[in-house]
Design a protein around this ligand. Structure first.
Ligand code: AMP
Ligand code: MG
Length: 288
């Protein structure tokens, strides 16, 4: 199945998250039976990222958004670990720092956007400024409601400069979120990941869903599409995202740079000479 077609939000269409099956897992019975399928796109991603880096003319920006416990960290760990850390980076968007808050809301996103040849993953993103900011009324409606257009213009500009943008909303149900909170309570290694705020934010679920639906509807564009990824099954989420990333990179027509040197001549003139010299050196007795 072409997951890009299946999960992309067509520009201008209304999204009703409540109607999208968060537990969808395509034809796969279980994580175990899907295993061979999961490995393939990860290998493709690794090869293609090498090409993106070598090519050096384009870049990839991946935006991850979700409600708490939606799996953003899991995607970074399981999907993007397939890529070489040289040329890949992750940036997590927290509450704006003092410095960040003195600038426009896109400043920190622009600062971290990928340079040519790079892949950057945004764990949360400039979309927080139409999500948490809207839900908690941190700025007036007149301010956040103008941001969709600003975001579209910003992403269009990045696109024209050679950046492909993929935006993923990790879609989970309320029940799944609660189950994941419970796992955090039960696992001392994950206690640091849970707090009262998670339960308080959960009470605002309908407000967040409304904010997500509006954001996705108003900012899914041809050059920077949103994908709503069924994410109750973590392994399916990883499979879908890695296939979409690999398919996108494949489409970018990445090429190894043309060789500027004469390889045959280097082999003949320099390499063979160096080998001969090393042979000679190894036969020379070491002076004491
Ligand atoms: P975490 O992703 O769990 O490390 O949490 C980061 C926190 O920063 C979340 O509660 C976000 O909602 C919050 N955050 C991120 N961006 C903004 C923003 N622009 N304004 C307010 N809060 C934000
Ligand atoms: Mg959190």
């Amino acid at each position: 199945m072409d997951y890009r077609k299946r999960f992309a939000v067509e520009p201008g269409t209304r999204v009703q998250l409540g109607k999208i099956d968060a537990a969808f897992r395509d034809k796969h019975e279980s994580h175990e039976t899907a295993m061979p399928e999961i490995q393939k796109p990860l290998e493709r991603m690794a090869k293609l990222q090498y090409l993106l880096y070598a090519d050096g003319n384009q870049s990839l920006l991946v935006v991850l958004q979700a409600l708490d416990a939606g799996g953003k960290d899991g995607v970074v760990r399981h999907v993007f670990s397939a890529m070489n850390p040289q040329g890949t980076s992750v940036f997590g968007f927290k509450q704006p720092s003092r410095l960040e808050a003195t600038h426009d809301f896109l400043w920190r996103a622009h600062l971290r956007a990928p340079g040519k040849g790079e892949v950057v993953i945004f764990n949360r993103s400039h979309y927080e400024d139409v999500l948490v900011v809207r839900v908690h009324k941190l700025v007036p409606t007149a301010v956040w409601s103008k941001r969709y257009e600003l975001i579209n213009d910003f992403e269009k500009m990045l696109g024209q400069n050679g950046t492909r943008i993929l935006k993923f909303y990790l879609h989970i149900t309320r029940q799944e979120q609660l189950a994941r909170f419970k796992q955090r309570l039960d696992d001392p290694l994950r206690h640091w990941k849970i707090s009262e705020t998670d339960y308080l934010e959960r009470e605002l679920w309908p407000d967040y869903i409304e904010a997500f639906e509006d954001a996705v509807e108003r900012t899914s564009t041809k050059h920077a599409p949103w994908y709503v990824i069924p994410s109750n099954h973590k392994w399916f989420r990883n499979l879908a995202i890695s296939e979409i990333v690999a398919d996108t990179l494949e489409e970018m027509d990445l090429k190894l740079p043309t060789t500027r040197v004469d390889i045959a001549e280097i082999r003949r003139k320099y390499h063979l000479a160096a080998e001969r010299q090393d042979q000679k050196l190894s036969k020379t007795p070491v002076k004491r």
